[in-house]
Design a protein around this ligand. Structure first.
Ligand SMILES: NC(=O)c1ccc[n+]([C@@H]2O[C@H](COP(=O)([O-])OP(=O)(O)OC[C@H]3O[C@@H](n4cnc5c(N)ncnc54)[C@H](OP(=O)(O)O)[C@@H]3O)[C@@H](O)[C@H]2O)c1
Length: 331
């Protein structure tokens, strides 16, 4: 496969190159792409230096797959141009996720809908991916009725400039602000921009809409509050799930421990629970603090953590690419 990595110099792009290498993705040529600012600079892949090329030059390579993580505007403008020359685009931005003609994929859940005709495939939002990895197996067994999710999101989710803001503030350096306020020693109830009509942020709205599309359920109600916190390891989520049917806690734990890509960390006796610090650099989604909501029937509380740059972005995208290759859906 000839693979273009668009946004190769960014937070997600760099992890993308790492994940492609670790998983031994069958690459014959890697084409790193970034903005005009980076064209001509080099980037390392498998111990070799590769020159970063422009978007137009990348289109002309007619790569088999282009994995985009370069922002929504870049995707809107360029993904169709890659698709036109026959390249399959896997896009990490929010540009195409809710487009009814574009599949939104978490491979463990709905890769079966992919066909050779899908030339732009959307990767879900990072907070959505870790949520649906836990919701989906529970939904199949008990029927999810309503979800209340509050997130504690890593600055790596905003990109390299946000990491620089946090590190600069920790070290007392004067740095450019990506967030409207200091993030060090703070918690901002503000991820992405505000939606004028509803008062929610775009991140919160993504969390309410994307799971329904991925899990193929119309009637599931989700409400979200997304909070940015001064950590780098991964995103954490406090999740309250009301089911149609009652459940048994031991069965819930068994179900989640059997789910591919999910690791159960749930033992209060040994202080075992998921933490952002431990999720960093790992591909799995971690779930724990599983307990009944004592305030109403058929309702569960849990705590879900994942590295937003791995399963929340790069790993999920590479798994989609692996599925395409394995099922002859590309090229
Ligand atoms: N961070 C996450 O956890 C996460 C998770 C899921 C999805 N995403 C999505 O992934 C995308 C990138 O996020 P990030 O966190 O990696 O951001 P980032 O660290 O700021 O990196 C942005 C990348 O996009 C490139 N880029 C910017 N403008 C471009 C243009 N006009 N043409 C070509 N390349 C351009 C940058 O190149 P230069 O270095 O040349 O500027 C850089 O490689 C965003 O759409 C984001 O929503 C991020």
């Amino acid at each position: 496969m000839r693979i273009a990595v668009v946004g190769a110099t960014g937070m997600v792009g760099r992890v993308m190159l790492q994940v492609l290498e670790e998983r031994n993705f069958p690459i014959t040529e890697i084409i790193p792409v970034a903005s005009e600012r980076s064209v001509g600079k080099t980037i390392e892949y498998r111990g070799k230096e590769y020159k970063i090329v422009s978007m137009q030059d990348a289109v002309e390579t007619r790569a088999d797959i282009a994995i985009f993580s370069a922002g929504g505007e870049t995707s809107k403008q360029w993904a169709p141009k890659f698709a036109e020359v026959g390249t399959t685009v896997i896009d990490n931005s929010s540009a195409w996720r809710m487009d009814p003609d574009k599949p939104l994929i978490v491979p463990e859940i709905n890769a079966d809908i992919l066909t050779k005709e899908d030339k732009i495939i959307a990767n879900p939002n990072c907070s959505t991916i870790q949520l649906v990895m836990v919701l989906n197996p529970l939904h199949i067994k008990y029927g999810v009725k309503r979800v209340v999710v509050s997130t504690y999101q890593s600055v790596t989710g905003t990109g390299k400039d946000a990491v620089e803001q946090l590190n600069g503030e920790i070290e007392g350096r004067d740095v450019a602000k990506v967030y409207p306020y200091q993030i060090f020693k703070n918690a901002l109830p503000h991820c992405d921009v505000f939606d004028e009509e509803t008062g929610y942020t775009k991140e919160e709205l993504k969390l309410t809409k994307e799971p329904r599309k991925i899990m193929r359920v119309e009637e599931m109600n989700i409400t979200a509050t997304a909070v940015r916190v001064p950590i780098q390891g991964g995103h954490s989520e406090s999740v309250n799930i009301e089911f149609e049917n009652d459940f048994n806690l031991a069965d819930v734990r068994k179900l989640l421990s059997e789910q591919d890509g999910v690791t159960l960390q749930d033992n209060p006796d040994t202080n075992t629970y998921p933490m952002a610090f431990y999720s960093e650099g790992k591909d799995d989604v971690f779930v724990g603090r599983i307990r009944r909501d004592l305030s109403q029937p058929n309702t569960l509380n849990c705590w879900i953590v994942a590295d937003n740059l791995r399963k929340g972005a790069a790993t999920n995208a590479v798994q989609i690419a692996e599925y395409l290759v394995k099922n002859n859906l590309v090229g």
